[in-house]
Design a protein around this ligand. Sequence first.
Ligand code: UD1
Length: 338
Amino acid sequence: MTILVTGGMGYVGSHTILELLTQGYEVVAIDNCSNSKPAVLDRVKKLSGKDISFYKTDLRDKKGLDEVFRTHKIDCVMHFAALKAVGESVEKPLFYYEHNLNSTLALCNAMEKYGVTKFIFSSSASVYRSDNLMPLTEESVAGDCINPYAWTKFMCEQILKDAAAVNSDWSVAVLRYFNVIGAHESGDIGEDPQGVPNNLMPYIAQVAVGRREYLSVYGDDYDTPDGTCIRDYIHVSDVAAGHVAAIDYLAKNKGVNMFNLGTGKGTSVLEFVEAFEKASGITINKKIAPRRPGDLPIGYASVDKAKRELNWTAVKTVEDAAADTWHWQSKNPQGYEA
Ligand code: UD1
């Protein structure tokens, strides 16, 4: 069975390719490499002992995409390729809409043309409206997003619903990730953000290796037990396994179905720092800073639907993820660049 993975050189894409290869799937990967390094491909091949077909092309390049579909008989598409920096999306909304929507549309059109009907979409918990009760279920209200990045995910979900409504052969799994963290246990692939990291785990990891001076804890006066925000952090290898579980699901189910990929457990920023310190043996310099605009006090998933219907559940803890991130970061202090 051949899986086309877009954004295959990215953080979640590369871990998912490794999981697919380990489980015996054939992989065709596409990436424009705008936010990834060529070293990823070699490392994934080395870790798996297997080869993949790789195309350095942009999904919006119609000719390039057509060549991929013409050359390979694709059984299922996993679509990770997207711009994902929330702050940048606020500054350059048109760029984000243009990129994320047109690449998804190009992919859907190519699937239609070549009769591919199975699609797994990399969505985000940020599509949920901020006034939902916790935990967030797939029935919680989505929309009214707070930044253009989240809107692009919400709009792509809508595109998929509309496309599947007129083509009854389509089977789509929309996977709404919570906060993805960690690295492959080998320490050879991991998250390698360009510039100053926006997210908590990569920021802490860079403080640990001395690339950043201290962590700013954004607010300690929230209405939570220790005053810092609570999130549902999920290990990237669990997220990768969730995608593989979705392949089996699509073999038996048509239409569009949403799934939360989370752990169902909330962790505060201070608990998170503590887990990292325990795993690495390094004390993280930190300062309490003002709240970051747009942050919700608490967000965590209900994972019942994924457990019931995908037969998938996260098995790794925040401590596991901290240990794996530390392994990756200490082995690769400058990321893939070194
Ligand atoms: C963010 C995005 C979300 C995206 C997700 C994964 C926003 C508002 N949301 O989620 O759309 O899907 O990343 O890419 O940007 N924190 C600090 N100091 C830091 C960094 C973070 O205290 O230097 C805190 C934040 O205030 C938050 C928690 O750590 O409470 C997690 O932050 P982050 O990793 O950025 O994820 P989210 O904001 O939850």
